[in-house]
Ligand binder design. Structure first.
Ligand code: NAD
Length: 478
Protein backbone atom coordinates (compact mmCIF):
# COMPACT_ATOMS: atom_id res chain seq x y z
CA UNK A 1 0.00 0.00 0.00
CA UNK A 2 1.46 3.40 -0.97
CA UNK A 3 0.91 6.56 1.03
CA UNK A 4 -2.27 8.48 0.25
CA UNK A 5 -1.48 12.04 -0.90
CA UNK A 6 -2.34 14.44 1.91
CA UNK A 7 -3.16 17.37 -0.38
CA UNK A 8 -5.32 17.28 -3.48
CA UNK A 9 -3.09 17.25 -6.57
CA UNK A 10 -4.14 19.08 -9.73
CA UNK A 11 -5.77 17.04 -12.51
CA UNK A 12 -2.49 16.81 -14.44
CA UNK A 13 -0.58 15.87 -11.28
CA UNK A 14 -3.21 13.19 -10.61
CA UNK A 15 -2.69 11.69 -14.06
CA UNK A 16 1.11 11.89 -13.55
CA UNK A 17 0.84 10.15 -10.17
CA UNK A 18 -1.20 7.32 -11.66
CA UNK A 19 1.23 7.05 -14.59
CA UNK A 20 4.23 6.96 -12.25
CA UNK A 21 2.62 4.29 -10.12
CA UNK A 22 2.17 2.13 -13.21
CA UNK A 23 5.58 2.68 -14.87
CA UNK A 24 7.27 1.70 -11.61
CA UNK A 25 6.06 -1.81 -12.45
CA UNK A 26 7.51 -1.68 -15.97
CA UNK A 27 10.97 -2.06 -17.34
CA UNK A 28 11.32 1.16 -19.32
CA UNK A 29 14.45 3.28 -19.51
CA UNK A 30 14.04 6.50 -17.46
CA UNK A 31 14.49 8.50 -20.69
CA UNK A 32 11.66 6.75 -22.49
CA UNK A 33 9.46 6.95 -19.39
CA UNK A 34 9.90 10.71 -19.30
CA UNK A 35 9.35 11.03 -23.06
CA UNK A 36 6.01 9.23 -22.78
CA UNK A 37 4.88 11.14 -19.66
CA UNK A 38 5.48 14.72 -20.77
CA UNK A 39 3.13 16.75 -22.89
CA UNK A 40 4.87 17.62 -26.19
CA UNK A 41 3.33 21.05 -26.73
CA UNK A 42 0.47 23.27 -25.65
CA UNK A 43 -0.64 26.16 -27.78
CA UNK A 44 -2.52 29.00 -26.09
CA UNK A 45 -4.48 31.42 -28.22
CA UNK A 46 -6.26 34.62 -27.28
CA UNK A 47 -8.52 36.00 -29.95
CA UNK A 48 -11.09 38.73 -30.21
CA UNK A 49 -14.59 38.43 -31.62
CA UNK A 50 -16.87 41.38 -32.34
CA UNK A 51 -20.02 40.69 -30.31
CA UNK A 52 -22.86 42.76 -28.90
CA UNK A 53 -21.37 46.05 -30.07
CA UNK A 54 -17.88 45.44 -28.61
CA UNK A 55 -14.91 43.13 -28.83
CA UNK A 56 -14.75 40.14 -26.50
CA UNK A 57 -11.49 38.29 -26.00
CA UNK A 58 -11.47 34.51 -25.55
CA UNK A 59 -8.73 32.15 -24.40
CA UNK A 60 -8.36 28.72 -25.96
CA UNK A 61 -5.88 25.85 -25.85
CA UNK A 62 -4.85 22.89 -27.97
CA UNK A 63 -2.45 20.52 -26.33
CA UNK A 64 -0.56 17.71 -28.06
CA UNK A 65 0.59 15.09 -25.59
CA UNK A 66 2.17 12.44 -27.79
CA UNK A 67 2.88 12.15 -31.51
CA UNK A 68 4.02 8.52 -31.51
CA UNK A 69 1.14 8.14 -33.98
CA UNK A 70 -0.43 10.81 -36.16
CA UNK A 71 -2.88 12.36 -36.44
CA UNK A 72 -3.30 13.16 -32.78
CA UNK A 73 -6.85 13.08 -31.51
CA UNK A 74 -8.93 14.55 -28.72
CA UNK A 75 -12.04 16.57 -28.00
CA UNK A 76 -12.60 20.28 -27.66
CA UNK A 77 -14.23 21.37 -24.40
CA UNK A 78 -16.20 24.55 -23.81
CA UNK A 79 -16.31 25.43 -20.09
CA UNK A 80 -15.37 28.32 -17.84
CA UNK A 81 -12.95 26.13 -15.88
CA UNK A 82 -10.82 25.25 -18.93
CA UNK A 83 -7.11 25.83 -18.24
CA UNK A 84 -3.72 24.57 -19.40
CA UNK A 85 -3.34 22.01 -16.60
CA UNK A 86 -6.71 20.46 -17.42
CA UNK A 87 -6.15 20.37 -21.19
CA UNK A 88 -2.74 18.73 -20.71
CA UNK A 89 -4.17 16.10 -18.36
CA UNK A 90 -6.94 15.34 -20.83
CA UNK A 91 -4.46 15.14 -23.73
CA UNK A 92 -2.35 12.63 -21.79
CA UNK A 93 -5.42 10.51 -21.09
CA UNK A 94 -6.20 10.57 -24.82
CA UNK A 95 -2.77 9.07 -25.60
CA UNK A 96 -3.33 6.19 -23.18
CA UNK A 97 -6.96 5.72 -24.22
CA UNK A 98 -6.18 5.49 -27.94
CA UNK A 99 -3.37 3.02 -27.27
CA UNK A 100 -5.60 0.87 -25.06
CA UNK A 101 -8.39 0.57 -27.63
CA UNK A 102 -6.01 0.42 -30.59
CA UNK A 103 -7.22 3.59 -32.27
CA UNK A 104 -4.17 4.64 -34.33
CA UNK A 105 -3.78 8.14 -32.90
CA UNK A 106 -1.58 10.14 -30.58
CA UNK A 107 -3.22 12.12 -27.78
CA UNK A 108 -4.43 15.71 -27.93
CA UNK A 109 -7.12 17.89 -26.36
CA UNK A 110 -8.48 21.38 -26.73
CA UNK A 111 -10.51 23.78 -24.72
CA UNK A 112 -12.09 27.20 -24.84
CA UNK A 113 -12.71 29.18 -21.66
CA UNK A 114 -16.35 30.07 -22.16
CA UNK A 115 -19.76 29.33 -20.67
CA UNK A 116 -21.64 28.32 -23.84
CA UNK A 117 -24.99 28.85 -22.09
CA UNK A 118 -24.33 32.59 -22.05
CA UNK A 119 -24.28 32.92 -25.85
CA UNK A 120 -26.80 32.80 -28.66
CA UNK A 121 -26.30 30.20 -31.39
CA UNK A 122 -25.06 32.71 -33.99
CA UNK A 123 -22.57 34.10 -31.45
CA UNK A 124 -21.27 30.63 -30.66
CA UNK A 125 -20.84 30.03 -34.38
CA UNK A 126 -18.73 33.18 -34.76
CA UNK A 127 -16.60 32.24 -31.74
CA UNK A 128 -16.19 28.60 -32.84
CA UNK A 129 -15.26 29.53 -36.41
CA UNK A 130 -12.67 32.01 -35.17
CA UNK A 131 -11.19 29.47 -32.73
CA UNK A 132 -11.12 26.85 -35.51
CA UNK A 133 -9.38 29.35 -37.82
CA UNK A 134 -6.69 30.00 -35.20
CA UNK A 135 -6.07 26.27 -34.72
CA UNK A 136 -6.31 25.27 -38.39
CA UNK A 137 -3.79 27.86 -39.55
CA UNK A 138 -1.25 26.18 -37.25
CA UNK A 139 -2.23 22.64 -38.38
CA UNK A 140 -3.79 22.01 -34.98
CA UNK A 141 -6.87 21.00 -36.92
CA UNK A 142 -5.87 18.82 -39.87
CA UNK A 143 -7.02 15.43 -41.25
CA UNK A 144 -3.54 13.93 -41.05
CA UNK A 145 -2.16 15.85 -38.08
CA UNK A 146 -4.75 16.80 -35.49
CA UNK A 147 -8.39 15.73 -35.46
CA UNK A 148 -10.68 17.21 -32.75
CA UNK A 149 -14.03 15.82 -31.57
CA UNK A 150 -16.78 16.89 -29.14
CA UNK A 151 -16.30 17.04 -25.38
CA UNK A 152 -18.10 18.82 -22.55
CA UNK A 153 -20.04 21.80 -23.82
CA UNK A 154 -19.63 20.93 -27.51
CA UNK A 155 -21.45 18.57 -29.85
CA UNK A 156 -22.37 17.90 -33.46
CA UNK A 157 -23.23 21.51 -34.17
CA UNK A 158 -19.79 22.86 -33.20
CA UNK A 159 -18.06 20.03 -35.09
CA UNK A 160 -20.02 20.92 -38.26
CA UNK A 161 -18.88 24.58 -37.94
CA UNK A 162 -15.27 23.47 -37.44
CA UNK A 163 -15.41 21.14 -40.47
CA UNK A 164 -16.88 23.87 -42.62
CA UNK A 165 -14.32 26.43 -41.45
CA UNK A 166 -11.48 24.04 -42.27
CA UNK A 167 -12.98 23.30 -45.71
CA UNK A 168 -13.23 27.04 -46.47
CA UNK A 169 -9.55 27.43 -45.64
CA UNK A 170 -8.51 24.31 -47.62
CA UNK A 171 -10.73 24.35 -50.66
CA UNK A 172 -8.83 21.67 -52.60
CA UNK A 173 -8.32 19.20 -49.77
CA UNK A 174 -10.33 16.14 -50.80
CA UNK A 175 -10.06 14.79 -47.24
CA UNK A 176 -11.20 17.99 -45.53
CA UNK A 177 -14.11 16.28 -43.79
CA UNK A 178 -11.70 14.05 -41.89
CA UNK A 179 -10.33 17.13 -40.06
CA UNK A 180 -12.81 16.66 -37.19
CA UNK A 181 -15.12 13.88 -35.96
CA UNK A 182 -18.47 13.91 -34.19
CA UNK A 183 -20.08 15.74 -37.12
CA UNK A 184 -23.78 15.40 -37.92
CA UNK A 185 -24.66 12.58 -40.31
CA UNK A 186 -25.52 14.99 -43.11
CA UNK A 187 -22.14 16.74 -42.79
CA UNK A 188 -19.87 13.70 -43.00
CA UNK A 189 -20.66 12.12 -39.64
CA UNK A 190 -21.27 8.47 -38.87
CA UNK A 191 -24.31 6.68 -37.50
CA UNK A 192 -24.01 6.02 -33.78
CA UNK A 193 -21.38 8.67 -32.93
CA UNK A 194 -23.59 10.86 -30.72
CA UNK A 195 -24.40 7.98 -28.39
CA UNK A 196 -21.01 6.26 -28.75
CA UNK A 197 -19.42 7.16 -25.42
CA UNK A 198 -22.53 6.22 -23.42
CA UNK A 199 -22.92 3.06 -25.51
CA UNK A 200 -19.27 2.25 -24.75
CA UNK A 201 -19.96 2.62 -21.01
CA UNK A 202 -22.83 0.13 -21.40
CA UNK A 203 -20.64 -2.31 -23.37
CA UNK A 204 -17.87 -1.96 -20.76
CA UNK A 205 -20.29 -2.89 -17.97
CA UNK A 206 -21.76 -5.76 -20.01
CA UNK A 207 -18.24 -7.12 -20.53
CA UNK A 208 -17.39 -6.72 -16.82
CA UNK A 209 -20.52 -8.66 -15.87
CA UNK A 210 -19.56 -11.49 -18.25
CA UNK A 211 -16.78 -12.37 -15.78
CA UNK A 212 -18.25 -13.65 -12.49
CA UNK A 213 -14.80 -13.60 -10.78
CA UNK A 214 -14.50 -9.90 -11.55
CA UNK A 215 -18.03 -9.18 -10.36
CA UNK A 216 -17.28 -11.12 -7.17
CA UNK A 217 -14.48 -8.65 -6.35
CA UNK A 218 -17.17 -5.99 -5.91
CA UNK A 219 -19.27 -8.20 -3.63
CA UNK A 220 -22.04 -8.11 -6.24
CA UNK A 221 -23.31 -11.10 -8.18
CA UNK A 222 -25.44 -11.99 -11.17
CA UNK A 223 -26.03 -9.78 -14.17
CA UNK A 224 -26.71 -6.08 -14.69
CA UNK A 225 -30.43 -6.75 -14.30
CA UNK A 226 -31.83 -4.98 -11.23
CA UNK A 227 -28.58 -3.21 -10.30
CA UNK A 228 -29.02 0.23 -8.69
CA UNK A 229 -27.20 2.98 -10.59
CA UNK A 230 -26.38 6.56 -9.67
CA UNK A 231 -25.20 8.80 -12.49
CA UNK A 232 -23.62 12.23 -12.21
CA UNK A 233 -24.18 14.45 -15.27
CA UNK A 234 -27.09 13.75 -17.62
CA UNK A 235 -25.30 15.22 -20.63
CA UNK A 236 -24.25 13.36 -23.73
CA UNK A 237 -22.33 10.59 -21.98
CA UNK A 238 -24.37 10.21 -18.78
CA UNK A 239 -27.74 10.36 -20.51
CA UNK A 240 -26.93 7.69 -23.08
CA UNK A 241 -25.26 5.40 -20.54
CA UNK A 242 -28.20 5.70 -18.11
CA UNK A 243 -30.76 5.31 -20.89
CA UNK A 244 -29.24 2.15 -22.38
CA UNK A 245 -28.53 0.55 -18.99
CA UNK A 246 -32.09 1.12 -17.79
CA UNK A 247 -33.92 0.38 -21.06
CA UNK A 248 -31.83 -2.55 -22.30
CA UNK A 249 -30.07 -4.12 -19.30
CA UNK A 250 -32.68 -3.80 -16.57
CA UNK A 251 -30.69 -1.44 -14.34
CA UNK A 252 -32.58 0.83 -11.94
CA UNK A 253 -31.33 4.43 -12.07
CA UNK A 254 -31.96 5.58 -8.50
CA UNK A 255 -29.99 8.83 -8.55
CA UNK A 256 -29.25 11.56 -11.10
CA UNK A 257 -26.90 14.37 -10.10
CA UNK A 258 -26.88 17.55 -12.17
CA UNK A 259 -25.31 21.01 -11.90
CA UNK A 260 -28.22 22.37 -9.85
CA UNK A 261 -28.76 19.47 -7.45
CA UNK A 262 -29.74 15.82 -7.52
CA UNK A 263 -32.78 13.59 -7.83
CA UNK A 264 -33.18 10.40 -5.86
CA UNK A 265 -35.83 7.72 -6.02
CA UNK A 266 -35.18 4.24 -4.65
CA UNK A 267 -37.80 2.80 -7.04
CA UNK A 268 -35.97 4.16 -10.06
CA UNK A 269 -36.10 7.32 -12.17
CA UNK A 270 -37.36 7.60 -15.74
CA UNK A 271 -34.19 8.74 -17.53
CA UNK A 272 -36.02 9.99 -20.61
CA UNK A 273 -38.47 12.04 -18.52
CA UNK A 274 -35.65 13.60 -16.47
CA UNK A 275 -33.72 14.44 -19.63
CA UNK A 276 -36.77 16.21 -21.11
CA UNK A 277 -37.29 18.07 -17.84
CA UNK A 278 -33.67 19.31 -17.88
CA UNK A 279 -33.94 20.44 -21.50
CA UNK A 280 -37.17 22.32 -20.74
CA UNK A 281 -36.32 23.78 -17.33
CA UNK A 282 -32.52 24.04 -17.44
CA UNK A 283 -31.98 21.74 -14.46
CA UNK A 284 -33.47 19.06 -12.23
CA UNK A 285 -35.12 21.39 -9.68
CA UNK A 286 -38.86 20.73 -9.07
CA UNK A 287 -38.87 17.49 -11.04
CA UNK A 288 -41.79 15.45 -9.67
CA UNK A 289 -41.54 11.77 -8.60
CA UNK A 290 -38.21 12.16 -6.80
CA UNK A 291 -36.57 13.64 -3.73
CA UNK A 292 -34.56 16.72 -4.64
CA UNK A 293 -31.20 17.34 -2.98
CA UNK A 294 -29.83 20.86 -3.30
CA UNK A 295 -26.29 19.61 -2.57
CA UNK A 296 -26.10 17.26 -5.56
CA UNK A 297 -22.61 15.90 -4.89
CA UNK A 298 -23.83 14.37 -1.58
CA UNK A 299 -25.81 11.84 -3.65
CA UNK A 300 -22.49 10.37 -4.85
CA UNK A 301 -22.33 8.97 -1.32
CA UNK A 302 -25.73 7.21 -1.42
CA UNK A 303 -25.97 3.42 -1.35
CA UNK A 304 -26.04 1.94 -4.88
CA UNK A 305 -24.42 -0.87 -6.85
CA UNK A 306 -22.84 1.11 -9.68
CA UNK A 307 -21.73 4.74 -9.54
CA UNK A 308 -21.24 6.51 -12.88
CA UNK A 309 -19.56 9.91 -12.62
CA UNK A 310 -20.19 11.37 -16.11
CA UNK A 311 -19.68 15.11 -15.66
CA UNK A 312 -16.49 16.69 -14.34
CA UNK A 313 -13.04 15.71 -13.12
CA UNK A 314 -12.06 15.58 -9.45
CA UNK A 315 -15.57 14.99 -8.06
CA UNK A 316 -14.44 12.07 -5.89
CA UNK A 317 -11.63 13.47 -3.80
CA UNK A 318 -9.90 13.20 -0.42
CA UNK A 319 -12.92 14.86 1.19
CA UNK A 320 -15.59 12.35 0.13
CA UNK A 321 -13.82 9.17 -1.01
CA UNK A 322 -14.24 7.54 2.42
CA UNK A 323 -18.02 8.00 2.14
CA UNK A 324 -18.48 6.42 -1.29
CA UNK A 325 -20.57 3.30 -0.80
CA UNK A 326 -20.82 1.99 -4.37
CA UNK A 327 -18.70 -1.17 -4.69
CA UNK A 328 -18.25 -0.50 -8.44
CA UNK A 329 -17.41 2.88 -9.97
CA UNK A 330 -17.17 3.30 -13.72
CA UNK A 331 -15.45 6.52 -14.78
CA UNK A 332 -17.56 7.76 -17.69
CA UNK A 333 -16.07 11.24 -17.23
CA UNK A 334 -12.36 11.87 -17.58
CA UNK A 335 -10.52 12.01 -14.26
CA UNK A 336 -13.52 12.02 -11.88
CA UNK A 337 -11.43 10.37 -9.13
CA UNK A 338 -8.32 12.17 -7.88
CA UNK A 339 -5.14 10.20 -7.24
CA UNK A 340 -5.67 10.41 -3.46
CA UNK A 341 -9.28 9.27 -3.68
CA UNK A 342 -8.20 6.43 -5.97
CA UNK A 343 -5.89 5.20 -3.21
CA UNK A 344 -8.65 5.40 -0.59
CA UNK A 345 -11.17 3.57 -2.77
CA UNK A 346 -8.70 0.83 -3.68
CA UNK A 347 -7.90 0.31 -0.01
CA UNK A 348 -11.63 -0.06 0.66
CA UNK A 349 -11.90 -2.70 -2.05
CA UNK A 350 -13.96 -0.56 -4.46
CA UNK A 351 -13.52 -1.74 -8.04
CA UNK A 352 -12.90 1.15 -10.47
CA UNK A 353 -13.33 0.74 -14.21
CA UNK A 354 -10.95 3.48 -15.33
CA UNK A 355 -11.74 6.44 -17.60
CA UNK A 356 -9.20 5.61 -20.29
CA UNK A 357 -11.18 2.43 -20.93
CA UNK A 358 -14.69 3.29 -19.77
CA UNK A 359 -15.22 6.34 -21.99
CA UNK A 360 -13.20 5.14 -24.98
CA UNK A 361 -16.38 4.50 -27.00
CA UNK A 362 -16.31 8.09 -28.26
CA UNK A 363 -12.83 7.96 -29.74
CA UNK A 364 -13.45 4.47 -31.09
CA UNK A 365 -16.43 5.57 -33.16
CA UNK A 366 -14.58 8.78 -34.05
CA UNK A 367 -11.90 6.53 -35.50
CA UNK A 368 -14.58 4.80 -37.62
CA UNK A 369 -15.87 8.21 -38.75
CA UNK A 370 -12.36 9.34 -39.74
CA UNK A 371 -11.85 6.14 -41.75
CA UNK A 372 -15.26 6.66 -43.39
CA UNK A 373 -14.31 10.23 -44.36
CA UNK A 374 -10.97 9.12 -45.81
CA UNK A 375 -12.55 6.27 -47.76
CA UNK A 376 -15.42 8.49 -48.94
CA UNK A 377 -17.98 5.73 -48.60
CA UNK A 378 -20.58 4.75 -46.02
CA UNK A 379 -19.87 1.53 -44.13
CA UNK A 380 -21.97 -1.35 -45.45
CA UNK A 381 -22.76 0.29 -48.79
CA UNK A 382 -20.98 -2.36 -50.85
CA UNK A 383 -21.85 -5.49 -48.84
CA UNK A 384 -25.32 -5.02 -47.42
CA UNK A 385 -27.51 -6.21 -50.31
CA UNK A 386 -25.02 -8.90 -51.30
CA UNK A 387 -25.15 -10.25 -47.74
CA UNK A 388 -28.95 -10.13 -47.81
CA UNK A 389 -29.15 -12.04 -51.11
CA UNK A 390 -26.81 -14.78 -49.82
CA UNK A 391 -28.97 -15.12 -46.71
CA UNK A 392 -32.05 -15.24 -48.95
CA UNK A 393 -30.48 -18.19 -50.79
CA UNK A 394 -30.12 -20.10 -47.51
CA UNK A 395 -33.69 -19.29 -46.43
CA UNK A 396 -35.09 -20.32 -49.86
CA UNK A 397 -33.18 -23.58 -49.74
CA UNK A 398 -34.37 -24.38 -46.19
CA UNK A 399 -37.95 -23.63 -47.20
CA UNK A 400 -37.59 -25.85 -50.28
CA UNK A 401 -36.37 -28.71 -48.06
CA UNK A 402 -39.25 -28.06 -45.64
CA UNK A 403 -41.72 -28.23 -48.56
CA UNK A 404 -40.20 -31.48 -49.81
CA UNK A 405 -40.62 -32.96 -46.29
CA UNK A 406 -44.30 -32.03 -46.23
CA UNK A 407 -43.79 -28.76 -44.23
CA UNK A 408 -43.18 -30.64 -40.98
CA UNK A 409 -41.18 -27.63 -39.75
CA UNK A 410 -40.71 -23.97 -40.72
CA UNK A 411 -38.53 -20.97 -39.95
CA UNK A 412 -40.05 -18.50 -37.48
CA UNK A 413 -40.95 -15.12 -39.07
CA UNK A 414 -38.83 -13.34 -36.42
CA UNK A 415 -35.75 -15.43 -37.28
CA UNK A 416 -36.30 -14.87 -41.01
CA UNK A 417 -36.65 -11.12 -40.60
CA UNK A 418 -33.51 -10.80 -38.47
CA UNK A 419 -31.44 -13.21 -40.55
CA UNK A 420 -32.36 -11.61 -43.86
CA UNK A 421 -31.45 -8.08 -42.80
CA UNK A 422 -27.93 -7.14 -43.95
CA UNK A 423 -25.84 -4.95 -41.66
CA UNK A 424 -26.07 -1.20 -42.28
CA UNK A 425 -23.71 1.42 -40.93
CA UNK A 426 -25.27 1.58 -37.44
CA UNK A 427 -25.09 -2.19 -36.93
CA UNK A 428 -21.47 -2.23 -38.13
CA UNK A 429 -20.52 0.67 -35.86
CA UNK A 430 -22.11 -1.03 -32.85
CA UNK A 431 -20.42 -4.31 -33.69
CA UNK A 432 -17.02 -2.59 -34.04
CA UNK A 433 -17.51 -0.72 -30.77
CA UNK A 434 -18.63 -3.81 -28.87
CA UNK A 435 -15.64 -5.76 -30.19
CA UNK A 436 -13.26 -2.95 -29.22
CA UNK A 437 -14.65 -2.71 -25.68
CA UNK A 438 -14.46 -6.48 -25.17
CA UNK A 439 -10.91 -6.82 -26.47
CA UNK A 440 -9.63 -3.84 -24.50
CA UNK A 441 -11.24 -5.18 -21.31
CA UNK A 442 -9.64 -8.55 -21.85
CA UNK A 443 -6.22 -6.98 -22.35
CA UNK A 444 -6.56 -5.13 -19.00
CA UNK A 445 -7.99 -8.19 -17.31
CA UNK A 446 -5.06 -10.39 -18.33
CA UNK A 447 -2.71 -8.02 -16.52
CA UNK A 448 -5.08 -7.57 -13.54
CA UNK A 449 -5.37 -11.29 -12.95
CA UNK A 450 -1.99 -12.31 -14.31
CA UNK A 451 0.37 -10.16 -12.25
CA UNK A 452 0.60 -10.35 -8.49
CA UNK A 453 1.84 -6.75 -8.31
CA UNK A 454 -1.21 -5.36 -10.17
CA UNK A 455 -4.28 -5.16 -7.98
CA UNK A 456 -6.54 -2.77 -9.88
CA UNK A 457 -7.86 -2.19 -13.38
CA UNK A 458 -6.45 1.33 -13.71
CA UNK A 459 -2.86 0.18 -13.20
CA UNK A 460 -3.55 -2.70 -15.60
CA UNK A 461 -4.90 -0.23 -18.19
CA UNK A 462 -1.82 1.97 -17.84
CA UNK A 463 0.50 -1.02 -18.20
CA UNK A 464 -1.20 -2.13 -21.42
CA UNK A 465 -1.33 1.32 -22.97
CA UNK A 466 2.12 2.54 -21.91
CA UNK A 467 3.53 -0.73 -23.25
CA UNK A 468 1.97 -0.01 -26.64
CA UNK A 469 3.15 3.62 -26.74
CA UNK A 470 6.65 2.51 -25.73
CA UNK A 471 6.67 -0.10 -28.51
CA UNK A 472 5.72 2.61 -31.03
CA UNK A 473 8.52 4.89 -29.90
CA UNK A 474 11.02 2.02 -30.01
CA UNK A 475 9.88 1.12 -33.53
CA UNK A 476 10.64 4.72 -34.51
CA UNK A 477 14.16 4.20 -33.19
CA UNK A 478 13.82 6.34 -30.07
P1 NAD B 1 -21.96 17.39 -21.67
O1 NAD B 1 -21.63 18.82 -21.68
O2 NAD B 1 -22.82 16.83 -22.75
O3 NAD B 1 -22.64 16.97 -20.29
C1 NAD B 1 -22.12 17.28 -19.03
C2 NAD B 1 -23.28 17.25 -18.05
O4 NAD B 1 -22.79 17.42 -16.73
C3 NAD B 1 -24.30 18.36 -18.31
O5 NAD B 1 -25.60 17.83 -18.28
C4 NAD B 1 -24.04 19.33 -17.16
O6 NAD B 1 -25.19 20.05 -16.78
C5 NAD B 1 -23.61 18.38 -16.06
N1 NAD B 1 -22.85 19.04 -15.01
C6 NAD B 1 -22.07 20.13 -15.08
N2 NAD B 1 -21.57 20.43 -13.87
C7 NAD B 1 -22.05 19.51 -13.03
C8 NAD B 1 -21.90 19.29 -11.64
N3 NAD B 1 -21.15 20.09 -10.89
N4 NAD B 1 -22.52 18.23 -11.09
C9 NAD B 1 -23.27 17.41 -11.84
N5 NAD B 1 -23.47 17.57 -13.16
C10 NAD B 1 -22.85 18.61 -13.74
O7 NAD B 1 -20.55 16.64 -21.60
P2 NAD B 1 -20.20 15.16 -22.04
O8 NAD B 1 -19.76 15.19 -23.45
O9 NAD B 1 -21.28 14.24 -21.62
O10 NAD B 1 -18.89 14.90 -21.17
C11 NAD B 1 -18.95 14.49 -19.81
C12 NAD B 1 -17.63 13.85 -19.43
O11 NAD B 1 -17.37 12.77 -20.32
C13 NAD B 1 -16.41 14.75 -19.52
O12 NAD B 1 -15.49 14.38 -18.51
C14 NAD B 1 -15.83 14.42 -20.87
O13 NAD B 1 -14.44 14.70 -20.96
C15 NAD B 1 -16.09 12.94 -20.90
N6 NAD B 1 -16.08 12.37 -22.25
C16 NAD B 1 -16.95 12.79 -23.22
C17 NAD B 1 -16.92 12.20 -24.47
C18 NAD B 1 -17.90 12.56 -25.56
O14 NAD B 1 -17.92 11.87 -26.59
N7 NAD B 1 -18.74 13.56 -25.41
C19 NAD B 1 -15.99 11.21 -24.75
C20 NAD B 1 -15.12 10.78 -23.75
C21 NAD B 1 -15.18 11.38 -22.51
Amino acid sequence: MSATPTHEPSFRESVDLMFTRAVALMDLSPGLEEKIRVCNATYTVRFGVRLRGGIQTFTGYRSVHSEHMEPVKGGIRYALGVNQDEVEALAALMTYKCALVEAPFGGSKGGLRIDPRQYEEHELELITRRFAYELAKRDLIHPSQNVPAPDMGTGEREMAWIADQYARMNTTDINARACVTGKPLNAGGIAGRVEATGRGVQYALQEFFRHPEDVAKTGLSGSLDGKRVIVQGLGNVGYHAAKFLSEEDGCRVTGIIEHDGALFNEKGLNVEAVRHWIIKHGGVANYPDATHHAKGAKVLEEVCDILIPAALEGVIHLGNAHNIKAPLVIEAANGPITAGADEILRDKGTVIIPDMYANAGGVTVSYFEWVKNLSHIRFGRMQRRQEESRHQLVVDELERISDSLGKTWSLSPDFKQKYLRGAGELELVRSGLDDTMRIAYQSMREVWHGRADVTDLRTAAYLVSIGKVAASYRAKGL
